[in-house]
Design a protein around this ligand. Structure first.
Ligand code: GLP
Length: 263
């Protein structure tokens, strides 16, 4: 895993937005896997600015979101449908028919999950999967103990995730939907590249387990150690429990030096 440690969230955002911009300039019909949560908001805002001010073109892009709560309508203020419209889709020119988000009802979910997986394959697979990480190490809504080979399906959320998301639902755990449809860990692992983002000390333990701990279903993000092309862009806070911070910084500095010599 390539670890890029930046001093601040703003710099984390700048680096990750550049990675996506460069990929989009190389491949206009990029297939993006997208995440929700507070962490990628800055990235979406940066990409929206690049669209508005530099004309970065998203007209051939296709997107697949990781997950959606089950049991709230898509137009609920805290659904991931609403989140994506608010922070990204309304601000760039991705054709609405190219934007895919899991459905928010359990009705017919098995058929839906199969079609979602097939749609990803039909689009040519995900080029870059943006990921956040839960405090307990989950990716998407693949909670600890999720099969590392799992596919898109319904998951029951853990108490830790319900508590983390309660502020979005009026502050009460009872109001948070108890289940979600999420891409599986196996689905995520098929993305050609993963871009894992984490900011702040509250993510430090999850990042330490994911990057330097054993690969285990107890920490679903740890499976990314097996992914051939994962870049983790994290800030100093999220890096604060890593053992090899100096080495990761050295690796990144050397890579930047090499790249500047090539250009
Ligand atoms: C939710 C989402 C995840 C996200 C996580 C962390 O559980 N399903 O995809 O990574 O929240 O969110 P935040 O970035 O707000 O900490």
């Amino acid at each position: 895993m390539e670890i890029i440690i930046q001093p601040t969230y703003a710099q984390l955002v700048a680096v990750s937005a550049e990675i996506i911009r460069d990929a989009l300039l190389k491949k206009p019909n990029l297939v993006l896997g997208l995440a929700t949560g507070s962490t990628p908001i800055g990235l979406y805002e940066a990409l929206a600015r690049m669209h508005k001010t530099d004309g970065l073109d998203f007209s051939k892009v296709t997107t697949f979101n990781l997950d959606e709560y089950v049991g709230i309508p898509p137009n609920h203020p805290y659904s991931y449908h609403t989140f994506m419209e608010t922070y990204f889709f309304n601000a760039v020119n991705i054709p609405p028919e190219n934007c895919h988000i899991p459905q928010s009802t359990a009705v017919g979910h098995e058929g839906f999950c199969e079609r979602y997986e097939a749609a990803i394959v039909n689009a040519g697979g995900i080029d870059i999967q943006v990921l956040g990480v839960g405090k307990d190490g989950h990716i998407g809504f693949n909670e600890p103990s999720s099969s590392l080979g799992s596919r898109t399906r319904i998951k029951t959320l853990t108490q830790s995730t319900l508590e983390a998301n309660a502020p979005h639902f009026g502050g009460t755990v009872e109001a948070v939907p108890k289940m979600a449809i999420t891409m599986g860990v196996g689905t995520i692992m098929e993305a050609k590249q993963c871009l894992l983002l984490a900011s702040g000390v509250s993510k430090a333990e999850a990042i330490a387990h994911a990057v330097e701990g054993p690969i285990t279903a107890e920490v679903p993000a740890s499976v990314l150690q097996m992914h051939p092309r994962t870049i983790a862009v994290i800030d100093d806070g999220a890096a604060s429990q890593l053992k090899r911070v100096d080495y990761y910084k050295q690796v990144y500095a050397n890579k930047q030096k090499l790249l500047s010599q090539e250009h």
